[in-house]
Design a binder for this molecule. Structure first.
Ligand code: SAH
Length: 349
């Protein structure tokens, strides 16, 4: 974990047990740690506002720690209530987060890394490579800053923004534990979804560590040949092995996997692709989320045509595979995820 500024550490990385160690070292009673943790989880951004914590402790904490909520560099609100924020952390690193309203509650899509090194050819987040991973405290900071900004409760978290969560596994794990803490944000594990491009060792570890957290896998192709063209990660973790690892995951956890499939015109949206995909997923505890491609500036791919999206869905359903077409929220505020950050850093907004 390297999340410090001027020698001060981001206190959002600490759970209650670690905070107890800190306050004890300052000669304070352990319950003070729980008070501090409670305030942090409420989204307090200044130690001075922790009004039931003794001033001496607040000062001591402020000498050694800072509260690492990101600042809002840009924010856009859609007519449908979606809010997209470009957040910047203490070192200037920027990520995007999106707040969305659904019938079942409010959700946030957070980033797990600044940039990405997975190299998917249709994705904006990976165009400048990986800058760094976020710490668990910084991921928590995205949720807290978004809740402060919108003034709304957030009861679902999807780790589906910029970055590959399993390329930053330990910090992802720290985040999940932090946000699940009963004395803190107290988010149910079942209300968290992690999306991966298919890093097989990560899937295996995740099944053991967090069997109650939902898993989504970005598949985007029905076979190895096509997948390795758009997703370089497939060269390392091959299609058939990935499907096998997903089966092991559902066997071990009893939980359904969501397969994400971005439909790209003329690339992966044919009748044959749908049939081939169905044959691989047959009998699996799975669900396919079809996403009409978000077109990215500087990428040649175009979104699949409406009738082909529908045909794809019908073929899957006809073969007994549950499929939905992702509702597009916030399409009036920006295009594909990752683009807001690119515009800012290239100064073309
Ligand atoms: N690294 C994680 C999270 C990435 S973003 C993963 O690969 O799952 C979340 C989803 O958006 C992934 O399924 C990703 O493949 C998809 N995505 C990326 N660029 C997209 C685009 N231009 N249009 C539609 N979906 C896209």
């Amino acid at each position: 974990m390297n999340d410090s500024i001027n020698g001060k550490q981001n206190i959002l990385n600490l759970g209650p047990a670690e905070l107890r160690g800190v306050v004890s070292a300052y000669g304070e009673k352990p319950f003070r740690a729980d008070q501090v943790f409670g305030w942090l989880s409420k989204g307090v951004a200044d130690f001075a506002d922790m009004n039931n914590v003794p001033a001496a402790l607040r000062e001591k904490l402020a000498e050694n720690y800072y509260i690492g909520q990101p600042e809002i560099t840009d924010s856009r609100e859609s007519k449908d209530g979606t809010v997209k924020c470009l957040f910047s952390f203490s070192d200037g690193a920027m990520v995007e987060s999106v707040f969305m309203k659904y019938s079942y509650g409010n959700s946030i899509c957070i980033s797990s890394q600044v940039g990405c090194r997975m190299g998917c050819t249709f994705c904006a987040s990976t165009m400048d490579g990986l800058e760094r991973g976020l710490t668990g405290g910084e991921m928590l900071g995205e949720v807290l800053a978004m809740r402060n900004h919108t003034g709304e409760d957030i009861n679902h978290v999807v780790v589906m923004g910029m970055g590959e969560p399993f390329d930053n596994y330990d910090e992802l794990g720290r985040f999940i534990k932090l946000i699940h803490e009963p004395g803190g944000y107290n988010l149910s594990l079942r209300n968290i979804t992690v999306s991966s491009c298919g890093i097989i060792p990560g899937i295996r570890q995740f099944a053991g560590d967090f069997p109650q957290v939902n898993l989504a896998i970005s598949l985007h192709a029905p076979n190895q040949e096509l997948r390795e063209k758009t997703m370089p990660v497939a060269k390392k973790y091959e299609f058939n092995e990935l499907i096998q690892a997903c089966k092991e995951y559902t066997d071990a956890t009893g939980r359904r996997i969501t397969f994400e499939y971005a439909l790209i015109d003329g690339v992966n949206d044919s009748r044959q692709c749908a049939e081939e995909l169905a044959s691989h997923l047959k009998g699996m505890l799975a669900h396919v989320n079809l996403i009409p491609l978000n077109e990215v500036e500087g990428r040649e791919y175009r979104k699949a045509r409406g009738e082909n999206v529908l045909r794809f869905k019908e073929i899957l359903e006809h073969k007994g595979i549950a499929a939905t077409v992702r509702r597009t929220l916030g399409s009036d505020i920006d295009a594909a995820c990752g683009q807001l950050r690119r515009r800012k850093s290239n100064n073309c907004d």
